[in-house]
Design a protein around this ligand. Structure first.
Ligand code: UT7
Length: 335
């Protein structure tokens, strides 16, 4: 079987890590806050509980811990890391949280920056970092997905607050001249449908001096049209994955694992059905963590790697989708 044309430098997958906050918010507890029930949430989403950050486990802390574990698994000397890309929409520092992670790790030779693409963020960051490796600029990269959406959820809006949780995951990737285990990828954006899911700025007008106003920085809470996002996901994700299979001469029956952004179990099942991928190949941990935005894919992969479900040379079809609207897919061979 042929992958995408191998062109001198490829990507290999060397390590994974993850971190979630300690605080657990069950459906039962949410129902003390808004008019909902464990039964409603479970049957409509598959989610039972989610993790909520305290001041000790913000995006920088969680991202650092996830990255550290991935580096330990890869067994890398910290000085050899060239690049750290942090996918997040909820940085601890609006100027970028990746530099703090670089410093905490002591990966002093790495350039580190944030990338924002909401729930597609990890996939977009993985592809971005991979292109630096494939292009020959860098040899070793850490790609992190970390989000703390609990800080931006409207906890009085039962239509959205039940979905989200906090967490982080990371992968360690390395350039190799022997093969390319990022078999293929695709990315898409449709800003015209962005209003289906967004987190807009909310700026109070203030004066600096007479006649010169400024807008104080701030954000409102997550605004979501759940039904439209649902329809978007179950339509676009199978299309982009099918396109990817075609371009790489793969097919869904060659896939060992389907790792989708963990948004809703009904979305996972529907995409799997459309692609004729059996349920036992669809990895899911959203029951425990809900939707952790940029973190879901590496959090899921790390769990499956540590549980020895994802093994060396397994073929993983993955897709991220969400606000933007943005979506993407990648075909990976683990190892
Ligand atoms: O990264 C992407 C992030 N976003 C998503 O993944 C969102 C994708 N969409 C979804 O997952 C689903 O649309 C939801 C889980 C958000 C909602 O499920 P749904 O089956 O589409 O429900 P609905 O919005 O059609 O609402 C059905 C009913 C409504 O009541 P009426 O109008 O029929 O009387 C809602 O008011 O359920 C009501 N409802 C709730 N009831 C109890 C909405 N939220 C809740 C709730 N508990 N939490």
């Amino acid at each position: 079987m042929e992958g995408i044309k191998f062109n001198q430098i490829g990507v290999s997958f060397k390590g994974s890590g993850s971190c979630v906050p300690e605080q657990i918010l069950t459906n039962q507890k949410i129902s003390q806050k808004v008019d909902t029930s464990d039964e409603w949430i479970k049957s409509r989403t598959g989610i039972s509980e989610r993790r909520i950050s305290s001041s000790e486990d913000n995006v920088t802390e969680m991202g650092y811990k996830a990255a550290k574990t991935a580096i330990e698994m890869a067994n890398w000397d910290l000085k050899t890391i060239d690049l750290i890309v942090l996918a997040t929409s909820t940085p601890h520092d609006l100027f970028g949280s990746a530099p703090s992670i670089q410093s905490k790790l002591g990966a002093n030779n790495a350039v580190a920056f944030d990338l924002t693409a909401a729930c597609s963020g990890f996939l977009f960051a993985l592809i971005t970092a991979s292109q630096f490796l494939r292009g020959g600029s860098y040899k070793r990269a850490i790609v992190i997905g970390a989000d703390q959406l609990s800080s931006f959820v409207d906890w009085n809006d039962r239509r959205s607050c039940i979905l989200f949780g906090d967490g982080a995951g990371a992968l360690a990737i390395e350039a190799t001249s022997e093969y390319d285990n990022l078999i293929g990828f695709n990315m898409r954006t449709d800003g015209g449908r962005g209003s289906f899911l967004n987190l807009p700025s909310k700026n109070d007008q203030n004066s600096i001096i007479d006649n010169i106003d400024f807008l104080m920085g701030g954000f409102s809470s997550i605004q979501m049209n759940g039904q439209e996002v649902y329809k978007f996901a179950v339509r676009e994700v199978p299309i982009i994955l099918e396109k990817l299979f075609k371009e790489t001469n793969y097919s869904s029956d060659k896939v060992d694992w389907l790792v989708l952004h963990q948004a809703n179990q009904r979305i996972l099942d529907s995409v799997g059905d459309r692609l004729k991928i059996p349920r036992e190949k669809i990895l899911s941990n959203l029951e425990k963590y809900g939707n952790t935005s940029a973190a879901t894919i590496p959090l899921m992969m790390d769990e499956a790697i540590k549980n020895n479900r994802i093994k060396q040379n397994d073929i993983i079809a993955t897709s991220g989708f969400g606000a933007g609207l943005s979506w993407g897919a990648a075909l990976i061979k683990w190892g």
